[in-house]
Ligand binder design. Structure first.
Ligand SMILES: NC(=O)c1ccc[n+]([C@@H]2O[C@H](COP(=O)([O-])OP(=O)(O)OC[C@H]3O[C@@H](n4cnc5c(N)ncnc54)[C@H](O)[C@@H]3O)[C@@H](O)[C@H]2O)c1
Length: 347
């Protein structure tokens, strides 16, 4: 069981910088929408003539925090009708605020010298984002649910249990969890939902990060995997597929890599700085493993590896994630990386 493992993630932009948002030309948007006003076209679009499959029409996103607001934004940008749900209006106001400012940045790039086009674009996308504090009503006609609430298994299970009762049978349930097994989340729902449940793991910041891990639980149907793949493509993300295993793809590879770098330094085989330089200049990585660890947060890295080491029960090779005294000492001293101003480096 790996439920205590992580939240690596806010971090899992190993480049440490946001990738540039790719925007279409005005002409391509306008051509697709048959409109002369590109601000009213989708934010991006396939070349004229190509068909983008849209497997869902109504998307409901639970949690209007960092991830949920980003997911709602991209879905609305690509013309989905979205309802964003959170516990109270304050949270929703915050989420809508994130979306609006993110869209304004997109609009400034897209319509650099035209303030009225910028406003029209933002208002148009925002018009597709409804908000609600009703915990279940929005799913009554939902095609896709994306859950991005707090990383707590009991809270997530309780939400999915109540949504399962209210949602139609065709509704596909997904979780954006970084660390919880999808199988344990879907266990809270009815047997009929078991084929309609998967992981949909976006990366932060959602509007800029292209990757989505589509996570197939043991019971997820191939049809649902295909629909989620098409959904990701329709919002201009690049989906990858993986089974419901600890860390999915990205974290599963990055965490042992960072721990192996630590072991190398612990043995005295190379210095922190030289390992980072080697991986940047020799392997072409944008950050070395210690820079990345500082960026992720050393407490987060320790939390993940401790969880995998103690609870992995062979799911992750213990040798790959064995504790590191150096890491433990830094965390005990409160040197957690960039967020505290000191980790492997000083900031
Ligand atoms: N932050 C990241 O970098 C990152 C990256 C990938 C995945 N994730 C995952 O995404 C999920 C959300 O993370 P986040 O960073 O956006 O969190 P966050 O704390 O920014 O937002 C969570 C939101 O969920 C709301 N919420 C809590 N319980 C709710 C409920 N029952 N119904 C509706 N809303 C509820 C909270 O009020 C809050 O607004 C977590 O599962 C996390 O593991 C996070």
């Amino acid at each position: 069981m790996y439920r205590r493992q992580v939240q690596l993630l806010r971090h899992l932009n190993p480049q440490g910088v946001a990738a540039p948002v790719q925007q279409p030309t005005r002409a391509s948007s306008a051509a697709l929408m048959h409109t002369s006003n590109p601000a009213l076209a989708p934010a991006d679009s396939a070349p004229a003539g190509s068909e983008v499959e849209r497997p869902f029409s109504k998307v409901v996103v639970y949690g209007s925090g960092l991830m949920g607001s980003g997911i709602a934004q991209v879905a609305a940008q690509y013309n989905y009708q979205v309802t964003l749900v959170d516990l109270n209006q304050n949270m929703l106001d915050k989420g809508q605020g994130y979306i609006r400012s993110s869209l304004k940045r997109v609009a400034r790039k897209k319509f650099a010298d035209d303030a009225s086009q910028q406003t029209a674009f933002v208002d148009n996308v925002m018009s597709r984002v409804k908000v609600s504090t009703d915990p279940v009503k929005p799913v009554e006609d939902a095609d896709l649910v994306v859950e991005a609430i707090v990383e707590n298994i009991k809270v997530k299970q309780s939400l999915f249990r109540s949504l399962d009762e209210a949602a139609p049978q065709h509704t596909v349930f997904t979780s954006n969890t970084s660390s919880l097994p999808i199988g344990q989340l879907l266990a809270a729902t009815s047997d009929q939902r078991a084929t309609q449940f998967a992981g949909l793991h976006f990366f932060n910041p959602v509007p800029q990060m292209k990757l989505v891990e589509v996570v197939k639980a043991a019971t997820t149907s191939q049809q649902v995997v295909d629909s989620l793949t098409a959904f990701c493509q329709s919002i201009k993300k690049s989906p990858v597929h993986c089974n419901d295993t600890p860390g999915f793809i990205v974290n599963r590879l990055l965490v042992p890599y960072m721990m192996e770098a630590l072991r190398m330094v612990d043995r005295g085989d190379a210095s922190v700085r030289d390992v980072d330089t080697a991986m940047k200049l020799g392997a072409g990585y944008p950050m070395g493993p210690f820079e990345l660890a500082d960026y992720v947060g050393l407490d987060t890295l320790k939390f993940i590896t401790d969880g995998w080491y103690k609870e992995g029960e062979g799911l992750v090779g213990d040798g790959l994630v064995a504790p590191s005294k150096r890491l433990d000492a830094l965390v005990a001293a409160g040197n957690l990386g960039r967020k505290t101003g000191k980790g492997f480096y000083e900031y």
